[in-house]
Design a protein around this ligand. Sequence first.
Ligand SMILES: NC(=O)c1ccc[n+]([C@@H]2O[C@H](COP(=O)([O-])OP(=O)(O)OC[C@H]3O[C@@H](n4cnc5c(N)ncnc54)[C@H](OP(=O)(O)O)[C@@H]3O)[C@@H](O)[C@H]2O)c1
Length: 241
Amino acid sequence: MNNPSPVLLATGLTGAIGQALVALMYPSWHIIGIRRSPVNVNTSIECEWIEADLSDYDTLARRVEQALLDRHITRINGFVHVAGVVYSDDIVHTTGFEWEKTLNVNLRAAFELVKVVKPFLFSPASIVFVSSVDALMASTLGPAAAYGASKAGLEGLMRHLAVEWGHEGIRVNSVMVGALREGMGVADPQEAHGLSEHTALGRLGWAKEVAPAIQFLLEEHLSSYITGHTLRVDGGLNLAY
Ligand SMILES: NC(=O)c1ccc[n+]([C@@H]2O[C@H](COP(=O)([O-])OP(=O)(O)OC[C@H]3O[C@@H](n4cnc5c(N)ncnc54)[C@H](OP(=O)(O)O)[C@@H]3O)[C@@H](O)[C@H]2O)c1
């Protein structure tokens, strides 16, 4: 491919944070999104698509690698794992299916995809994982142990990758999101009000307030000496007790 724009490969671009990210990065970046299905997707999202289910780890790596080769992609400048799923259940009622699905989409897909993109990454390059405050603490809105475990794992993977690949000029960071009013966030106004009281800024956030943090960590000229870092974007959640 003869494209002068840096190439961004990302998951979860059909969701709230993903769409906000595309709105920010396009057209200065050439964006390739990995989506589950072309059905019911906002066709105005400015990117090319690779179809792959992130929970299907048997086929995920092969599908994405082949799709990159078919498109004659030789270099990827940034990879962002935005996609996520959550099941709200306490640990006793969390099924094996829910546990596996959550871990596969939120954590294993990141593990599989960084291995796929590695041969396409040349210094300087940047990887960003979208994580959650649930990696550190349980939510008062309801238990979601599988989700919390997956995001804690993602944070660990981020730090290990930062060490393993730092010498090759590949930076790896995460954006740890608090509670938003959209996407996987809190739709119910009463619940949103309750959580706002635990937030220093006194309100929940929006996807468009998360996307610039991802952009910051992707752009070499903005964050060239930052790696292994968790950037919290949570409005000051639980700063006071
Ligand atoms: N919103 C919040 O309050 C909040 C708070 C903390 C952390 N986060 C994190 O932020 C990230 C994005 O959240 P969001 O609010 O933008 O959520 P969202 O609007 O629900 O988007 C989730 C994205 O993940 C994709 N996805 C889920 N399962 C998939 C699969 N099996 N294969 C391929 N794609 C799959 C969805 O694709 P489909 O369109 O195919 O479903 C969608 O693009 C997540 O990692 C989430 O954990 C969000």
